[in-house]
Write a protein that binds this ligand. Structure first.
Ligand SMILES: NC(=O)c1ccc[n+]([C@@H]2O[C@H](COP(=O)([O-])OP(=O)(O)OC[C@H]3O[C@@H](n4cnc5c(N)ncnc54)[C@H](O)[C@@H]3O)[C@@H](O)[C@H]2O)c1
Length: 427
């Protein structure tokens, strides 16, 4: 078991790097550029020691990775998860590097994690852990150096504690050091649904190209933050949400599920399957969700959920990757052969980091935008970059994922080349 886990861990960054190799084959890229992008610039590992409520002391492993900062300060969330590893953090930081480049945000990529199950901590312990993270990494993060944000099992409250700790360390208020903060501490309007909204604008804009015109039947895997918002946005446009799943089960109705009832059930802490039997909805096994007859499949749960085992069963015309890395490279090949278009994660879920960028801009200028302004600016960026990725895919006859990596890599390569060779002679 342990061996299997290690094997999986050692290959996760390698798998991510195959996307880089695929893209590099289509560009005249200098070997130096690839050499630079194959390894993280720096990963710092620390042990955080905190006082527990019972008076004992406990330590937790924590990391912060700055993968590449050629295009600007590194940007990426902090994950609190018992299974986090250095390799996972580095892979996520690699994805952030490409995500920021594909959206043309002036950032590099970073990521952080604490190896902890936050559900086992009291609120006071969680606060001490969050503050300890900032104490340990205060010299690494900074508004012009490395800007964290929330990720799995971290949220606005934790970002607020972290911003407060940073302010006491440096002796001044620096809201732009961290994004995803509560609105009261300089958070941006429109951050909550930004990831789903970015994916929604992308599908809406490319609908004709994807053959998704008219009323769509949508299946959503993972009915959490991103999954619930995308279902709501698409349902508002009159599309039918025909299936949803969570970690405990799945629900299917070919004529469309009662979304309001589903949102109420989730808010009350119930699984989606609790609504089985109502309005024609039938409970199905979670692994059956990908095989549901639909036009658009939205993976919004975890990594590697669509693999060579289940990819053949997908009946959707297009896949919108709101989750990070939900489709394995083997599944990608199967979907390509079957003519299923995959809107890749680094483009499809980049709405979150884009609105994080807006938050940083607003913090720095001290002037705040309306939610309509946030939506409009997000829409413009998603549509602009989405169309460019689509055009690259058509021109070069490559899948959208390769096109998105080509788009990001050409920006990264220009920036790396523009920096010159000075660091080589001085280091
Ligand atoms: N929230 C964001 O801003 C954001 C930004 C970029 C990427 N993402 C990615 O989107 C994905 C979801 O993030 P989120 O913030 O919505 O998390 P979340 O924890 O709110 O939701 C995840 C959902 O997936 C469900 N799930 C877990 N295992 C499952 C399984 N085996 N089958 C079906 N469902 C399962 C959970 O029950 C939960 O409903 C992650 O991959 C995350 O990295 C999120």
């Amino acid at each position: 078991m342990e061996e299997r886990r290690l094997m999986k861990e050692s290959s996760i960054l390698d798998v991510a790097l195959t996307r880089l190799d695929d893209a590099a084959r289509h560009l005249q890229i200098h070997g130096d550029v690839l050499e630079r992008l194959k390894y993280p610039r720096e990963t710092t590992k620390v042990r955080l020691m905190i006082r527990m409520d019972d008076g004992s002391r406990k330590s937790f492993l924590a990391w912060r990775c700055r993968y590449d900062d050629t295009r600007g300060p590194t940007k990426g969330g902090i994950r609190f998860h018992p299974a986090s590893t250095a390799e996972e953090v580095e892979t996520l930081a690699f994805w952030m590097t490409f995500k920021c480049a594909v959206m043309n945000l002036p950032y590099g990529g970073g990521k952080g994690a604490v190896q902890v199950d936050p559900r086992t901590l009291s609120k006071a312990e969680l606060e001490r852990l969050s503050r300890a993270y900032v104490q340990a990494f205060a010299r690494i993060i900074g508004p012009d150096r490395d800007i964290p944000a929330p990720d799995v099992y971290t949220n606005a409250m934790i970002m607020g504690w972290m911003a407060d700790e940073y302010a006491s360390i440096v002796g001044q208020c620096v809201p732009a050091v961290i994004t995803g903060k509560p609105i009261a501490l300089g958070g941006s309007l429109g951050r909550e649904d930004a990831t789903a909204r970015g994916g929604y604008y992308l599908v809406r804009h490319l609908a004709r190209e994807l053959g998704l015109q008219g009323r769509m039947r949508v299946a959503v895997q993972g009915f959490g933050n991103a999954g619930q918002f995308i279902a709501s946005l698409l349902a508002e446009d009159g599309h039918d949400i025909v299936a949803v799943s969570d970690s405990r089960g799945a629900l299917h109705c070919p004529y469309g599920l009662d979304l309001r009832a589903l949102l109420r059930a989730k808010a009350a802490g119930l699984p989606v399957s609790a609504l089985a039997g109502q309005g024609g909805a039938v409970a199905v096994a979670p692994e059956e969700l990908v095989a549901v007859d639909c036009d658009l499949l939205v993976p919004a749960a975890l990594e590697n959920m669509i693999d060579e085992e289940n990819a053949r069963r997908i009946r959707a015309r297009a896949v919108l990757e709101l989750a990070n890395g939900p489709v394995t490279p083997e599944a990608d090949r199967i979907l390509e052969q079957a003519g299923v278009q995959v809107l890749p994660d680094i483009l499809a879920n980049a709405g979150g980091v884009t609105v994080s960028y807006f938050e940083w801009v607003q913090n720095r200028q001290g002037f705040y935008w309306t939610v309509e302004e946030v939506h409009e600016r997000l829409r413009a960026i998603v549509e602009r970059e989405g169309l460019q990725v689509w055009a690259i895919a058509q021109e070069r006859r490559v899948p959208l994922r390769t096109a998105a990596y080509i788009h990001a890599l050409s920006r990264l390569a220009s920036a790396i080349e523009a920096h010159g060779t000075q660091p080589f002679f001085t280091s």
